[in-house]
Design a protein around this ligand. Sequence first.
Ligand SMILES: CSC[C@H]1O[C@@H](n2cnc3c(O)ncnc32)[C@H](O)[C@@H]1O
Ligand SMILES: [Zn+2]
Length: 448
Amino acid sequence: MATDHSTQILAPRWLIPVAPRDEVLEDHAVWVADGRIEAILTREQAQHRRQASDHPVEWIDLPTHALIPGLVNGHTHAAMSLMRGLADDLPLMTWLEEHIWPVEGQMLGHDFVHDGTMLAALEMIRGGTTTLSDMYFFPEAAIEAVQAAGLRGVFGIVVIDAPNRWSANAEEALAKGVELVNDWRRHSRIEFTLAPHAPYTVGDAALERVRTMSDQLDLPVHMHVHETAHEVEAAVAANGERPLARLDRLGLVNERLIAVHMTQLTDAEIDRLAVTGSHVLHSPQSNLKLASGFCPVAKLLEAGVNVGLGTDGAASNNDLDMFDEMRTAALIAKPIANDAAAVSAHQALHMATLGGARAFGLDERIGSIEPGKRADLVAVNLDEPETQPVFDPVSTLVYSASRRQVSDVWVDGHALLRGGRLRQLDSRAIIDQANTWREPIRWAKPAG
Ligand SMILES: CSC[C@H]1O[C@@H](n2cnc3c(O)ncnc32)[C@H](O)[C@@H]1O
Ligand SMILES: [Zn+2]
């Protein structure tokens, strides 16, 4: 089994680095050593270098595959996989207030989050996701699961002005967060954000504390913002201020902000996001399913705003499929902009990789196949009827391929999936464990 300390050459049919240039390389190979991308070489150069090497170098042929950077699921609530399909076809606030929050109020705890996150990790690895940005209670349990799965994770310290099963209040949540950040500071695959839930659940005092902590600890702020028209209208009716303007007044609209959803945006707000270097996290399938609205992604990209892509939780999506999310992002942008050129396949792949990495300040380390970056890599076998013939492999990946074609996944050069087989997780055991929660969750769900 390939370990972090081995040297490998990955030789795909198509190499799609995403950056520094938007290009597709043929007859090329990636030299990986100690979990890091050392070089991108022609196949011939790679063969010569291998012959000259004084230590064994594994040659991994991927003759019908596209090799892409690991996908970055920039917004999810991993443990909510345990609630997949529990409450469908509802608008956001009904879904949350009448179905999800009552269940969370009874069920949440370390084991629930651990087991739900394991289920999510399994799904993500099989679908080519190598980094997730999670936002959920009991992050210590999610970290344990992500560590066991071998993935890279960014964990949100959830701040909400209501007592919940993880914290009594925002102060306690932030104190627990500081402790976690300090405990994991030196771990290379674990990162953090501050995650105030949404403008309508977090008051000014807590948001001011978040801003101070974000400055002190240099942490991004990851938050649901302008998810629905109702959210914005209710805030204007109550305080005469749009939520984004309020965040701006509190000093939170800056290069550390990762605003999730953003379905309601004026042109002036888009300019403000661009000028401040704020990031937007787009979750089109969740926005569709909850009838939340449409994020104007083409306008954001045009204005120079960095956009990442995320599935949201499996209770509102109802999967963690980043291939599907890329396709939806590319398709839905076109009628929104009334322009078939809006959000190309290449832009969708960029959002799902480097865009997400950049939002979380990880673009020096991941998000593209470039020398010096960590070897978070995904091979997709395009030799299937659904994906033949191939003219532009990026078009094929976004518009035709499915996650079932993901054959190999590496994080830090460590194989999590090889030839379609999981290398370190026991799928059966994880699914069985997840299913032990089914009955208790069903009982916790309010009738009706
Ligand atoms: C702060 S994360 C945990 C909290 O958020 C809830 N949640 C899940 N999806 C959404 C969404 O799309 N908008 C707002 N809140 C959401 C989840 O149930 C947890 O209570
Ligand atoms: Zn969310």
